[in-house]
Design a protein around this ligand. Structure first.
Ligand SMILES: [Ca+2]
Ligand SMILES: [Ca+2]
Length: 277
């Protein structure tokens, strides 16, 4: 559903497709809920109250199309704000795509005047293991060029429940303390308590995703999210082979992460007391 009044006190909602503005438009708050806006040359979209994006995963890469695009221009009024969420992962987690990524929210050839007065703070959780970040390249969650508004995002790796760039004992503790493992589908199951594939349950599939990253106890991890995807057959192979050994009834070698998972599966919660992370 698209709803686009030309009115400085009314919100506009773009639910699908790309809406080309019919002319000069002033709007209180623009909500992009799956759709995009295109602005024709010599026309200006003025955002009085601000912009709300419900799925930042659809925003373009740097140099690509923004969610607000076209040959026209955008004016951000004083006091306007930006709010963002995501409705999907930023990369294919099964292929090891996580890490930092800059996305283009607004990219208009006619340029941008003004800035948002209120933007998400660094580390704001957006859903699907995605957070705003102050890491390179822009050192702030929201940045501006003459013709673009960019947002710096971080896609956490499966297992990194708190998005601190480590998969460690504290993450396993988050999963254990929530106590949702094996409960089946529940609305309470989210990234932060162990649902890494967003199927609304914390199950063995999520634990396998954690294991396959090979990141447990490895310290701070890097990512390849905005570069060409790198698929390495060796990623996590040690873990996978141990998991396979368990599945086939062979005794696993004793490593802390494997023992943690064994005990998680068995419902024990004492292992993390001896883990150094
Ligand atoms: Ca973590
Ligand atoms: Ca899950």
């Amino acid at each position: 559903m698209n709803y686009f009044p030309n009115d400085a006190i009314t919100a506009a909602v773009i639910g699908n497709d790309t809406v080309t503005l019919p002319g000069e438009i002033e709007v209180y708050r623009l909500s992009l809920e799956g759709g995009r806006v295109s602005i024709n040359v010599d026309q200006t979209l003025t955002l009085v109250g601000g912009l709300r994006v419900t799925d930042v995963s659809q925003a373009g890469m740097v140099g690509g199309e923004g969610l607000i695009t076209g040959q026209g221009s955008v004016a951000l009024s004083p006091g306007s704000g930006l709010s963002i969420q995501t409705a999907d992962f930023l990369g294919d987690l099964d292929s090891g795509e996580w890490g930092d990524c800059t996305r283009t929210l607004i990219g208009v050839a006619g340029g941008i005047t003004g800035t948002f007065d209120n933007v998400p703070v660094a580390g704001r959780y957006l859903g699907y293991g995605v957070l705003t970040t102050v890491e390179e390249p822009n050192d702030q969650p929201v940045s501006y060029t003459v013709d673009a508004v960019l947002v710096d995002l971080f896609q956490a790796a499966p297992g990194d429940t708190d998005g601190n760039r480590k998969v460690e004992g504290a993450d396993i503790l988050n999963i254990l303390q929530a106590g949702l493992f094996g409960d089946g589908v529940t609305p309470e199951a989210v990234w932060g308590n162990g649902d890494f594939n967003a199927d609304h349950k914390v199950s063995g599939e999520d634990i396998l995703m954690l294991l396959q990253t090979g990141l447990f106890g490895d310290g701070t991890y890097e990512g390849v999210l905005c570069e060409a995807p790198v698929k390495s057959a060796s990623v996590g192979m040690g873990w996978i082979s141990q998991f396979e050994a368990v599945r086939h009834g062979k005794p696993p070698r004793h490593s802390r992460p494997q023992r943690a998972v064994d005990e998680l599966m068995a419902g024990s919660s004492g292992w993390w007391l001896v883990d150094g992370g």
